[in-house]
Write a protein that binds this ligand. Structure first.
Ligand code: HEM
Length: 125
């Protein structure tokens, strides 16, 4: 499964610009982020009804990942993940707030940080 996702991601990177443009057009259609969850669930349910037993849990898992990738590429959003303190990344939060940028302000505690680091969840280590 990991190999599959890896391959999908590497082919996918060339499409992200077009998907971002598609996402921008969707904003013009009045689509908001919450709509994607509804459409994603409807897609998974439809595939399940159409494919029956052939829609295995594994296949369903792939579709959930692919939909999540397309959704993220259509709505790229900055996420600042940092301790709940006035350290270095706090200046980034202040700047984003100042310029009114819509971003995810994720505050983490030290145990979560070290757990993520040990699990290799950070791109730059
Ligand atoms: C994986 C997610 C989605 C994909 C790939 C997708 C794809 C598309 C495409 C290719 C179009 C044709 C027009 C264009 O290229 O701009 C379109 C139109 C549209 N989509 Fe989506 N869409 C997605 C999610 C959604 C969601 C979540 C909604 C909201 C419920 C939505 C609502 C619409 C509307 C209202 C139109 C315009 C229809 C029209 O004016 O005829 N889409 N979409």
């Amino acid at each position: 499964m990991i190999t599959w996702v890896d391959r999908a991601l590497s082919n996918f990177s060339g499409e992200t610009k077009k998907l971002k443009q598609l996402g921008d057009r969707h904003k013009g259609y009045g689509v908001v982020e919450a709509h994607f969850d509804v459409v994603g669930q409807a897609l998974i349910k439809t595939l399940g009804m159409a494919l029956g037993d052939k829609f295995t849990d594994e296949l369903k898992g792939y579709w959930v990942i692919v939909f999540g990738m397309v959704k993220s590429a259509m709505n790229p959003k900055i996420r600042v993940e940092y301790f709940d303190m006035h350290g270095r990344a706090h200046h980034i939060r202040l700047l984003l707030d100042y310029f009114g940028v819509d971003y995810e302000d994720r505050r983490i505690d030290r145990p979560s940080f070290f757990a993520n680091k040990t699990a290799g969840n950070y791109t730059f280590g």
